[in-house]
Each structure stands twice: as structure tokens, then as C-alpha cells.
Design a protein around this ligand. Sequence first.
Ligand code: Z5A
Length: 210
Amino acid sequence: MAGFFITVEGIEGSGKTTIAERLEAWLRSRGHTTFLAREPGGTAVGEALRKLILDARHPLCVESELLLIEAARAQLMDEVVLPRLDQGQTVILDRHIDSTTAYQGYGRGLDLDWIARLNHFATRGRRPDRTLLLDVDAAVGLSRARGRNLDVPYADRFETEERAFMERVRQGFLTLARQDPARVHAVDASRDVDAVWGEVREDIQNTLPN
Ligand code: Z5A
């Protein structure tokens, strides 16, 4: 019996973790055997790589960043995701291949074809059955993630650059949703959590096989 593979995507502060946790609890309450992990991460190797990737003390060149993210993903697919899907489980990932296209591709400007090939290589071609894209404006996402209001007239240069980067990433995600509407469902995540969750639950209810 084949399992079901759900990914939750979006910029920082879009509410991915909040929604992924609600989704897992809801699916469990309906009798699904579930597995939830974040990317990069989800395995011992992946969590060690995550520390390297996110450690600002040792800045990575963009090529290294991409390859380390894909290495963590390959490990997660091999060790956990593919075996659990084979067992018929429901797997939820908080970020996956679309984050790489959006951040490393649209955000950092790396070649989109290379990223597509690396995504395919690391996942062995197993694509998510459903992707929920939580879409919010860059300023809203960043202010939620940082716990502060960035909509101030005295935002400094770094904040302006950060917002411009995050806006490119957001537009990348929206482009992916337009290119693959059968898989990617974009949700307006600027609303309150319960409204976002209601739409996500309905979407998954309609998408899950019986
Ligand atoms: N990265 C990458 O570059 N390429 C890749 O391929 C992958 C990752 C896989 C780590 O991601 C970094 O890795 C990330 C991209 C890069 N860095 N950046 N940018 P992460 O997922 O671990 O970190 P994150 O995206 O920055 O997580 P986050 O800031 O925690 O965002 P979130 O999970 O989307 O949101 P949340 O934790 O559910 O909510 C954040 C806050 O907002 C919290 O206080 C909530 O209570 C609140 N919240 C949530 N929803 C709402 C609504 N609807 N209204 C109001 N407030 C809300």
C-alpha cells in the first residue's frame, strides 16, 4: 500500500511549523500513522548538516549551501521518507524541494535546471503528492519570524535587503504553484491561524485517497 506524501512550504514566518503540527495531530486522530520532519534535518546526519547550514559563524558559498541541503535531503529520503511511504504511512515535511528552488534558485540566483536535477537525484524522483504553499507578504512573514514590526520608516539597509530577498523567494514559490497546480495548493496565510488551518484541512480531506 502506497503512503501519502505532503509537504508544507513558504517563506519564513508563513506558519509552516504551526500548520504542519496541526495537520499531523489531525491525521493521527483519524487513524493515520504519520511521520513529521523538517528540512534540512529529520535524521542524525541531516540535523548535523542543518547546524552547519544555519551557522552564521561559518558562511557557506551558495554552491556548498545547495549541496549540503541536498545531502541532508538524500539522507532523509533514504532513511525515513521512502521506507515509510512504502509501509503506507503519511509523511509530512516542513519544507522540501520547492524551498530549494525558491531560496537557492529564485532567491540566490543559482541555475534552476541544476536545482531541478539535484532535487530529482536526492529524492530519487519521488515527488510530493500534495504541497501546501502558505503564502504571505515578505514583511508579514519576517515580522512574525522575528517577532517585530518591519513596516517602519526607519528599516535599515539590511532589513530592506532581507525583505527584497524574501520577496524574490515568495515570487519563486508562487511561480512553482502556477507551474504545477495539480500538486501545489497556495493558501492565503496572512489570515489568522484558524482560517489558514481550515483551508488546509479541507484541501487535504479532498486530496487524500480513501
Ligand atoms: N532553506 C533553504 O534555503 N533551502 C532549502 O531547500 C531548505 C531550507 C529546505 C531553515 O528553515 C532555513 O533553511 C530557512 C530556509 C532555509 N531560512 N530562512 N529563511 P526553517 O523552516 O527551519 O525556518 P523558518 O522558515 O525560518 O521557520 P519559521 O520562521 O519558524 O517559520 P514558519 O515555520 O513558517 O512559521 P511558524 O514557526 O509556524 O510561525 C512563526 C510565528 O508566527 C509564531 O510565533 C507563530 O505563532 C506565528 N504565526 C503562525 N501562523 C500565524 C498566522 N496565521 N497569523 C499570525 N501569526 C502566526
